[in-house]
Design a protein around this ligand. Structure first.
Ligand code: ADP
Ligand code: MG
Length: 332
């Protein structure tokens, strides 16, 4: 369908009855087919409301959602809420049959008129989600992360065109989460699936998303590629969602040798370079924080503390005098 729009929201607004400043306001948005779009924003910014409106689980007060040029209707019009070509996975997988096996939980969603096709499809999806070895286990015996994988397998078994994920990885350990993120990216590449995910985990959205949408107080304040938003955020809010940057007021900026007219400067940890050069050793290492494949250094000068990223392990120890160069900063 070259030239036509895949999934689109036009002037979408929804306020929860009797609660001012709830829900979302005037959302205009185009979701690209075959891409992963991530919605980020602080708690209460409207992420879940927006994803439910796109799916048709909620009806907007104003505005429309179109999927492949047809209206997506909410629960007031549609008896079984949720668009038939989309599937949503959230944190609560309450539709899993806990006492049935993994295999049955997936296969049960397919028609029984062609048993061979049913078995093949179930096997394929379990393999794709690296769950085939768990096929004969009961759901009660699975870990939280495995249950999340199963929920995604169930969502994908009926070949939806869009998979909506509302913070489904929150309760999952980091190592497990990363594996699942890679598998979802693989499935997107192999099948052309479109994914819309809500997350407030910066590393998750930066590595997974093709497009990022930033919500604040129910409105979209920024939209773009993760790299662009990370390196050049237009809003302090976006930067603070995506980074653990140093924020400096004017006086603190001057203390670092930067003159600015802006009220606030952000300096990312990786933009600060340190050395032991003989002159200007006016900063001191306060703490060395081991982070696995790098160190965070907390350095101090006249009471101002900055965080920087150091890849040269054990080169610096607490108390060392050093000088710094700030390569970049962003003003707001
Ligand atoms: P997020 O998912 O980003 O945390 P939500 O979409 O759940 O945000 O909520 C957006 C705003 O709408 C919040 O202020 C929230 O309190 C309010 N809200 C969400 N659901 C309801 C509801 N069912 N009734 C009243 N207010 C709600
Ligand atoms: Mg939410």
């Amino acid at each position: 369908m070259e030239g036509s729009t895949f999934l689109q929201a036009i002037s979408l607004s929804k306020t929860y009855l009797g609660v001012i400043n709830s829900g979302v306001k005037n959302i205009n948005l185009t979701i690209q087919k075959g891409k992963i779009t991530a919605i980020i924003g602080e708690s209460g910014s409207g992420k879940s409301t927006l994803i439910k409106l796109l799916y048709g689980l909620l009806s907007p007060d104003d505005g429309k959602v179109y999927f492949e040029n047809e209206r997506v209707w909410g629960p007031e019009i549609k008896l079984i809420p949720g668009h038939d070509s989309m599937k949503m996975v959230t944190q609560n997988n309450d539709d899993l049959n806990l006492f049935a096996k993994v295999w049955e939980n997936v296969a049960a969603l397919l028609p029984s008129n062609n048993l061979m096709a049913k078995n093949e499809k179930t096997e394929t999806i379990l393999k794709q989600l690296k769950m085939y070895h768990l096929a004969q286990k009961k759901v009660v015996e699975l870990s939280g992360g495995e249950k999340q994988r199963l929920a995604i397998a169930r969502a994908l078994i009926t070949n939806p065109k869009v998979l909506l994920l509302d913070e489904p990885f929150n309760q999952v350990d980091t190592s497990f989460r990363e594996g699942l993120q890679e598998d979802i990216r693989d499935i997107v590449k192999q099948t052309g699936l479109t994914v819309i995910m809500v997350s407030h985990n910066p590393s998750e959205v930066l590595s997974m998303a093709d497009e990022l949408l930033v919500l604040k107080d129910g409105q979209i304040i920024e939209f773009g590629r993760p790299k662009a938003l990370y390196h050049n955020p237009s809003n302090l809010y976006t930067a603070q969602l995506l980074t653990n940057a140093n924020s400096l007021n004017k006086i603190e900026a001057e203390n670092c040798g930067i003159k600015t007219k802006k009220d606030l400067l952000l300096i990312y940890p990786e933009w600060i370079k340190i050395s032991r050069s003989k002159t200007n050793k006016d900063w001191q290492i306060k703490q060395v924080l081991f982070k696995g494949c790098y160190e965070d250094l907390l350095i101090e000068k006249n009471g101002l503390v900055l965080r920087l990223l150091n890849e040269k392990f054990e080169k610096y120890v607490e108390g060392d005098k050093i000088s710094i160069k700030i390569k970049k900063s962003i003003g707001f």
